[in-house]
Design a protein around this ligand. Structure first.
Ligand code: DC
Length: 224
């Protein structure tokens, strides 16, 4: 079997990782794997089970044997299933975002999702995005990119994205959530958000989506 190509893209919430990675993957003929969706699904499961998502023990108690988290590609789109139910839309609410950030600080949750991510990358040319892909999940990735933008630029984009999806929110709340999540994600003890030493830094604060996609594709093509 030919060696697969793995591209790791990490960065804070709202940097445009998913949109940019998805477009770049489509252009390169790779699959796109959004690992945040896995943490969101674990977070949603914890909320539904009435767990205190800020309490590690309470979160771990929701990782039961009958818990089934599946990532499927339907018409080229990644969809998340929680015990057979398609939760792809529900995991995008602000409550699920906060729950995802909280449960992602629990080592058992990261361990629970590690093999799933590894296995997907081992058998597919892919762009995988997240927070610790270049540092922990795929330390030997062929290309590593740290994609970022200012908190204001990211909050503006996320607010627009939620509004377009029919989820009503205020910009100030989105910005506050963003700053809180950035803090949680980069200060947790396990697998904190940080640029891998060998990752290329890409800042999209002042460039538009098309330019960002071009930038990412040129970084990838320059490395493979
Ligand atoms: O990328 P996102 O906003 O959908 O991610 C949701 C949360 O999951 C985010 O707060 C951080 C966490 N996460 C993580 O810890 N590791 C990853 N590889 C991806 C996401």
């Amino acid at each position: 079997m030919n060696k697969v190509i793995n591209v790791a893209i990490d960065g804070p919430a709202g940097a445009g990782k998913s949109t940019i990675s998805k477009a770049a993957a489509a252009k390169l003929g790779y699959i796109y794997i959004d690992t945040g969706a896995l943490y969101r699904t674990v977070g949603l499961n914890a909320l539904r089970k009435g767990a205190d998502v800020k309490d590690a023990e309470s979160v771990v108690s929701t990782l039961t044997d009958d818990l089934k988290i599946e990532l499927k590609f339907i018409d080229g789109e990644q969809r998340m299933f929680l015990c057979g139910e398609d939760v792809s839309k529900e995991i995008r609410t602000p409550e699920a975002s906060m729950a995802a950030s909280a449960v992602s600080a629990v080592p058992e949750v990261r361990k629970y999702l590690f093999d799933l991510q590894k296995n997907l990358a081992a058998s597919n040319n892919c762009i995988m995005d997240g927070r610790d892909i270049g540092t922990v999940v795929l330390p030997d990735a062929d290309v590593k990119i740290f994609l970022t933008a200012s908190p204001e630029a990211r909050a503006k984009r996320r607010h627009l994205e939620l509004t377009e999806k029919g989820i009503e929110t205020k910009y100030d709340d989105v910005l506050a959530d963003m700053i809180e999540r950035d803090y949680n994600d980069s200060h947790r003890a396990i697998a904190p958000l940080k640029k891998a030493d060998d990752a290329v830094l890409a800042d999209t604060s002042d460039i538009n989506l098309e330019e960002s996609i071009e930038l990412i594709i040129s970084i990838i093509e320059g490395k493979i």
